[in-house]
Structure formats: C-alpha cells, structure tokens
Design a protein around this ligand. Structure first.
Ligand SMILES: [Zn+2]
Length: 63
C-alpha cells in the first residue's frame, strides 16, 4: 500500500508531500507499516546459513 494517492483532510494536499503535521504523522505511520525492521530475505539467508553450517558439521562427524 502506498500513501501517494491519499489526500489530507487538513491541508487538502497529497499526504506524501507532508505539508502539515497531520500529513507527516500519517505518512510516517503508513511507511512504518511497510515492513518489519528485518527484511524477510535477511531472515531467510540466516536460516540457509544456519542450515548449511549444521550440514557441514554433520558431514564432518560422518567422515
Ligand atoms: Zn496535511
């Protein structure tokens, strides 16, 4: 979701321009909900690395 098309009820300007405090608060809240602090891709990479490490350790034990 984007705030590009939202119009502020207070200043009648696009919220994305942040012309009044209400715009800026609304814009910040909308952008705050865009994603988690850690992107899912980072979590996925960390999981893959942990799995690879566990796999390497298992191979060492086998040989
Ligand atoms: Zn406004």
């Amino acid at each position: 979701m984007s705030c590009e098309h939202l119009i502020c009820a207070r200043c009648s300007s696009p919220v994305v321009e942040g012309r009044c405090p209400t715009c800026r608060v609304a814009r910040a809240e909308i952008h705050h909900h865009h994603g988690p602090a850690v992107p899912p891709s980072v979590i996925l990479i960390a999981l893959v690395l942990a799995f690879a490490l566990a796999f390497a350790l298992a191979l060492q034990h086998l040989s």
